[in-house]
Design a protein around this ligand. Structure first.
Ligand code: ATP
Length: 136
């Protein structure tokens, strides 16, 4: 059982239905580009927040996805960097989804060029992975 449940912690946030807004307690509201409630699935987060960034890379745009939050808040889970080999496809997080999307996009563009009788474009992919911690 999760440590929070054992310690009797309560949920202290509420998502305003239909709004990208989080309510903290009774009177503090925070609005963001997107807000996902507890029952959100990995694929929903990917399609809403990341998919377009990968497509943007093919147009020459840079993109950053940054997970920030207190310990145990779900950064590793959401980013999909736990590299648990037994994880189901549904539960895969942002990074494996983004990598798959990127390489499928490359193959697709090469295939399209070949179909048009053009020279296949060249792609160079380099990867860096950073995990910053400031544990007290
Ligand atoms: N959306 C979710 N659905 C199901 N389980 C989740 C979800 N988010 C987090 N968890 C689970 O909650 C626990 C803590 O999450 P996670 O390790 O991702 O937190 P974290 O923010 O990376 O923590 P830390 O900063 O300590 O590394 C893990 O067991 C993880 O599998």
């Amino acid at each position: 059982m999760a440590k929070e449940k054992i310690e009797g912690c309560h949920i202290c946030t509420l998502v305003t239905p239909g709004e990208p807004q989080v309510l903290l307690g009774k009177d503090k509201a925070f609005t963001y580009d997107f807000v996902f409630d507890r029952d959100s699935q990995q694929h929903e987060i990917y399609s809403a927040c990341v998919e377009k960034l990968i497509e943007g890379c093919f147009e020459g745009y840079n993109a950053t996805v940054f997970a920030y939050g207190q310990t145990g808040s779900g950064k590793t889970y959401t980013m999909g960097t736990g590299f648990d080999m037994n994880i189901s496809e549904e539960e895969q997080g942002i990074i494996p989804r983004a990598i798959k999307h990127l390489f499928q996009g490359i193959e697709h563009r090469k295939g399209e060029a070949q179909e048009r009788g053009e020279q296949a474009p060249e792609f160079k992919v380099s990867a860096q992975f950073l995990e910053l911690t400031n544990s007290l």
